[in-house]
Design a binder for this molecule. Structure first.
Ligand code: CMP
Length: 144
């Protein structure tokens, strides 16, 4: 599998629960290396731009409001097959449908407040990583 980069967001509902550490631990346990990270308080406009692909959907406005309601911790992850791997670690979008042991099953509240975000394809990952990170903010390093 190719070495990939993907975008992860620890959403405001998870930030409120104080579980950054638990989530990053899951990333590392699954060989997803954090190569960039920042704390952001999104404006509604910036959240709308990030989720522009969902514009027009019934949940779009509430989603942008939720994502700008509190801090987000945004991370760039790197690893073999990182895009699909991170999606597997997160679990299904709706926490009620997420498999046991996934982040959304463990920490999500409902389909909107579902704790974490991850890019869904290589093309989306390129857009999403560049939406929050300049190239110099991503750091390559070796780990065991
Ligand atoms: P995320 O993986 O970040 O991608 C889009 C987000 O929209 C999703 O997680 C949820 O937080 C939110 N959302 C709210 N309602 C829905 C819905 N009915 N279907 C998909 N996503 C939804």
């Amino acid at each position: 599998m190719a070495n990939e980069r993907t975008l992860a967001i620890i959403k405001p509902d998870a930030m409120e629960k104080g579980i950054i550490g638990d989530i990053v631990q899951r990333m590392e346990e699954h060989n997803l290396k954090v190569i960039g990270g920042k704390m952001l308080k999104l404006t509604k406009e910036r959240a709308e731009g990030f989720y522009a692909v969902h514009k027009g959907k019934p949940f779009f406005n509430d989603l942008a409001k939720f994502m700008s309601s509190g801090p987000c911790f945004v991370l760039c992850l790197e690893g073999e097959g990182a895009i699909i791997r991170w999606r597997e670690v997160m679990g299904a979008t709706n926490p009620e449908e997420a498999a046991e042991g996934t982040l959304r099953a463990d920490f999500g509240t409902d389909i909107q407040c579902n704790a974490v975000h991850g890019s869904d394809s290589a093309e989306t990952a390129r857009f999403e990583v560049s939406y929050f990170f300049e190239p110099h903010e991503l750091v390559q390093y070796e780990w065991m």
